[in-house]
Design a protein around this ligand. Structure first.
Ligand code: SAH
Ligand code: SF4
Ligand code: F3S
Length: 472
């Protein structure tokens, strides 16, 4: 999975299309893991129409820009990328080739009309909940020659209309994302997600299990369950009962071939006892949890509408570590939320010192149109945000290095997922998500094997296969 976070660009290439009537599809993905998953599913939906992935937009008959609205000048970034794609479309037109440009994802949901007004060469605008209707939209766009917009929150669940696919969505065949929950009802003061993704909803257990089985059959060994609030999962089970994430994870762990299960992103408020206990009882559940806290000051947590205090968070962490002592945590932080004083920021630093994180993402608060905090008084000046961010990131970096140092000398299970950067190297992933590089033969890729960690690199680990002579 390679923890790709909101804002980091990714380019999806998914294969398998009928060889006849081949058309090129280029998908550009920005944003969170759910967008990565969605991009793969959009490719699935278009495959029966003959669309196959191509690496360059220049040779694509259709280009999808899957966008993120979470921070900064999201819309402006989209328009500048669209300017580039327009040139490609015009150049192809001169060669007599048609190009369909589609804008998908959270900016499309939030600013669909604006996109069509400012970029009339865009053919399709679709939100995150309507991409099962893409084939129909493509047909309509081709027929009418005008733009098609579909940013509804339809009554039907798109998952019930998506084609089955055996292809794992993430690069490499051994790890995959699987969306089980979507949307958010929490309405944090700063966040656009409830508006772009809609209300919380959970996929049915049957549909999740079927997709997980297909993944396992196609070679996937590690599944990361995705949701905007994944631990708020409450899917309908085959027994007619509502299943929790803990119950779902336990059943997924029984699927032959599935060695590892992760889930993200969790909200502290939904970290219930059954899930905490699952970290004790379910060896497949990896001892690594992404649990965003955002801030360490109760005043700011309240202003953010997070619904818990800093001590509530400390308490959840304590209970998790009680049942699973090797559990490592990662988190998200926002500095400079409206009203944040030096004292509030110090409370965030103190929380970080108390909890000790293995990994973290930290951001300067970014005013998002339409969210409550955007219009709040006491916006924090940019230079203050910069200073706070630097201080926080320095502390988090220290903690990440310290955590990785604790693994040097230990023997840990590594799931090998691909070739390394250097010849003769293979690379894999530890239970705590760090990439691990070792010298070893390619045929070990796809297996989970013990590795003795010998060195810490900047964001990864180096090691040796414990039974090197056996495997060589
Ligand atoms: N559902 C998750 C977060 C989804 S958004 C949760 O509740 O934690 C991913 C991260 O982006 C958030 O955790 C937050 O740290 C950051 N983020 C969201 N809105 C932001 C904003 N307006 N400014 C800065 N960072 C923001
Ligand atoms: Fe955004 Fe808060 Fe919902 Fe997370 S819980 S997606 S931060 S509103
Ligand atoms: Fe971005 Fe939407 Fe994900 S705003 S972080 S792509 S849910």
């Amino acid at each position: 999975m390679g923890l790709r976070h909101a804002g980091a660009p990714a380019i999806m290439t998914v294969s398998n299309a009928p060889p006849s009537s081949r058309r090129g599809l280029h998908v550009i993905t920005w944003g969170c893991q759910m967008n990565v998953y969605d991009s793969a599913r959009m490719s699935d939906v278009l495959r029966p129409l003959g669309y196959q992935p191509v690496d360059l937009p220049d040779s694509a008959d259709m280009i999808i820009l899957n966008t993120c609205h979470i921070r900064d000048k999201a819309a402006e970034k989209v328009f500048s990328e669209l300017g580039r794609l327009r040139k490609i479309k015009e150049a192809r037109k001169e060669n007599g080739e048609q190009t369909i440009i589609a804008v998908a994802g959270c900016v499309a949901q939030a600013e669909g009309q604006e996109i069509l007004t400012r970029a009339p060469y865009v053919d399709i605008v679709l939100g995150p909940q309507t991409y099962h209707r893409l084939p129909e939209m493509v047909a309509r766009a081709a027929r009418a020659g005008g733009a098609v917009i579909d940013t509804e929150f339809p009554a039907e669940q798109k998952f019930d209309f998506l084609p089955d696919t055996a292809a794992p969505q993430t690069p490499g065949n051994y790890t995959a994302f699987l969306t089980i929950q979507e949307g958010c009802d929490k309405f944090c003061s700063f966040c656009v997600v409830p508006y772009t993704r809609g209300a919380e909803s959970s996929r049915s257990v049957t549909s999740v299990l079927a997709e997980a089985k297909r993944m396992a059959d196609s070679g996937v060994r590690e599944i990361c369950l995705l949701g905007q609030n994944v631990n708020a999962y409450h899917g309908e089970g085959p027994d007619g009962q509502v299943w929790t994430l803990a119950r779902l994870a336990a059943t997924l762990a029984d699927i032959a071939g599935i060695l590892r299960i992760r889930y993200m992103t969790s909200h502290p408020r939904d970290m219930d006892d059954s899930l905490i206990t699952a970290h004790r009882d379910l060896p497949a559940l990896m001892p690594f949890l992404h649990l965003p806290v955002q801030a360490g000051s109760d005043r700011i947590l309240q202003a953010m509408n997070r619904g818990h205090t800093a001590d509530d968070y400390r308490d959840i962490v304590r209970r998790l570590r009680e049942v699973r002592p090797d559990l490592a945590l990662s988190s998200d932080f926002i500095v400079g939320h409206p009203g944040e004083t030096d004292e509030d920021f110090e409370a965030t630093m103190q929380l970080v010192r108390d909890v000790r994180f293995a990994l973290a993402y930290s951001f300067k608060y970014s005013q998002r149109p339409g969210t409550p905090a955007a219009g709040a008084p006491f916006q924090v000046p940019e230079d203050v945000k910069d200073t706070r961010l630097q201080a926080l990131q320095a502390l988090l970096r220290e903690q990440q290095d310290a955590f990785n140092d604790t693994l040097v000398g230990q023997t840990i299970p590594v799931l090998f997922t691909g070739e390394g950067r250097k010849p003769g190297q293979i690379t894999g992933r530890s239970p705590w998500l760090q990439p691990v590089h070792v010298s070893g033969p390619r045929h070990l890729i796809g297996q989970e094997l013990p590795v003795r960690i010998t060195e810490r690199l900047t964001n990864s680990l180096g090691g040796i296969l414990v039974e090197e002579t056996v495997y060589a």
